[in-house]
Design a protein around this ligand. Structure first.
Ligand SMILES: NC(=O)c1ccc[n+]([C@@H]2O[C@H](COP(=O)([O-])OP(=O)(O)OC[C@H]3O[C@@H](n4cnc5c(N)ncnc54)[C@H](OP(=O)(O)O)[C@@H]3O)[C@@H](O)[C@H]2O)c1
Length: 358
């Protein structure tokens, strides 16, 4: 993509000439929840890129969907469809990425992958542009986008690391159903209507009914009782911060929210932390918006975070259960389809383009 001046909600002026650097983009998984968000963000931030290929499974080939420049036809993902692409944005699941990302890379594209396929590969950078942009320099054609809950968490933790060493993090997530894809979102809508009409809907995408319910995250559970989402939060946070000893534990839940994940975070530092200093550090950090109005009892919510670029942070307070003021509690909420997936991937592409131009 493109020059990455657009680091906010500000759209690039329509009618720009073709942007330098990136001419051709492929969106793999264009019909999915993340793919749709990528299309919307490219339309907003980079309308001058003319060649945006919309790729999905053979099931969707020939379908017309809203593209970056109006109605566009979806193509089946094949090695051929990836030829001549500068940037390939993958969001079609880990299996598809494992098979096709190396083909895209070998054909000359830089792959930015939203799946879990390469995140923990030591040879693949795992990047949040506001936090570890320098990790990009080591890429060999594939760059991993972190898990959505991880991105939202590390965005809130990163500015606080300047105040003291973070010794331990305990996080509970309240995750939107669209984190499980477009079908899950449709299921929430259908089940909500059905319950209101007096029916008892059967679970489909999830093992539990998702309307009017809260349940343990649908990711697989290991023998120790930890699910894969909880493991991703830990392992990916350690990799992004290059802090393999960080003590971090998560409990991940689904809630009947359409989009944006909320996280309750307890942080233990190696020293006393002043709450006002924490609020100031967070407020000065790009990509964070403080929502912390005690008088009005207004704090981050998924409704307020939905469709926003920023991660909302608030409910900041000292943890009285820890001695010497070493504990800080906070709530954060971020749109997992946007900063948790599509926006972060596009920001990575923008950063690559900026570096190529400078
Ligand atoms: N949803 C989120 O909040 C979120 C956040 C961060 C990361 N992610 C990751 O992003 C990826 C996509 O998630 P999603 O939520 O967008 O899922 P989704 O809504 O279920 O969409 C999946 C997309 O992948 C395509 N696809 C499936 N099988 C394919 C195949 N064999 N070949 C080519 N395309 C294929 C689908 O095409 P068809 O329509 O043709 O089936 C669809 O476009 C996953 O790896 C997910 O873990 C998701």
């Amino acid at each position: 993509m493109v020059s990455c001046r657009a680091a906010s909600n500000t759209p690039t002026a329509a009618g720009d000439t073709q942007e330098p650097g990136v001419q051709r983009i492929a969106i793999v998984g264009a019909t999915g929840a993340v793919g749709q968000e990528m299309i919307a963000l490219l339309r907003q931030r980079h309308p001058a890129i003319e060649d945006v290929r919309l790729l999905a499974s053979a099931r969707s080939a020939g379908r017309t969907i809203a593209g970056v420049h109006g109605p566009a036809t979806v193509q089946a993902l094949t090695a051929e469809a990836l030829r001549g692409v500068d940037i390939a944005l993958f969001s079609a699941g880990a299996g598809v990425s494992r098979e096709f990302a190396p083909l895209a890379r070998d054909a000359g594209a830089i792959v930015i992958d939203n799946s879990s396929a390469f995140r923990m590969d030591p040879a693949v950078p795992l990047v949040v542009p506001e936090i570890n942009p320098d990790a990009l320099a080591a890429h060999r054609g594939i760059i991993a986008n972190p898990n959505c809950s991880t991105i939202i968490l590390v965005m809130a933790l990163a500015p606080l690391r300047k105040l003291g060493r973070i010794e331990r993090v305990v996080v509970s997530t309240y995750q939107a159903v669209s984190g499980a894809g477009a079908r899950a979102l449709a299921e929430l809508d259908e089940q909500t209507r059905a319950v209101i009409a007096g029916a008892t809907p059967q679970p489909g995408v999830f093992g539990e009914p998702c309307a009017f319910n809260v349940f343990s995250h649908d990711a697989a559970i290991d023998d120790a009782g930890e699910n894969v989402e909880e493991r991703k939060l830990r392992d990916e946070s350690r990799k992004i911060f290059a802090d393999p000893k960080l003590r971090i534990v998560a409990t991940c839940l689904r809630v009947p929210v359409r989009r944006a994940h909320t996280e309750s975070v307890a942080i233990e530092f190696d020293r006393a932390i002043d709450v006002d200093a924490a609020r100031a550090a967070l407020g000065a950090s790009p990509g964070i918006r403080i929502v912390d109005d005690r008088a009005a009892n207004r704090f981050p919510t998924p409704l307020a975070a939905a469709d926003q670029d920023d991660v909302l942070v608030g409910r900041l307070r000292s943890d009285p259960s820890l001695a010497d003021g070493r504990g800080l509690l906070l709530l954060c909420a971020g749109d997992q389809l946007r900063k948790g997936a599509a926006l972060n991937a596009i920001q990575i592409a923008e950063l690559l383009s900026e570096r190529r131009e400078s």
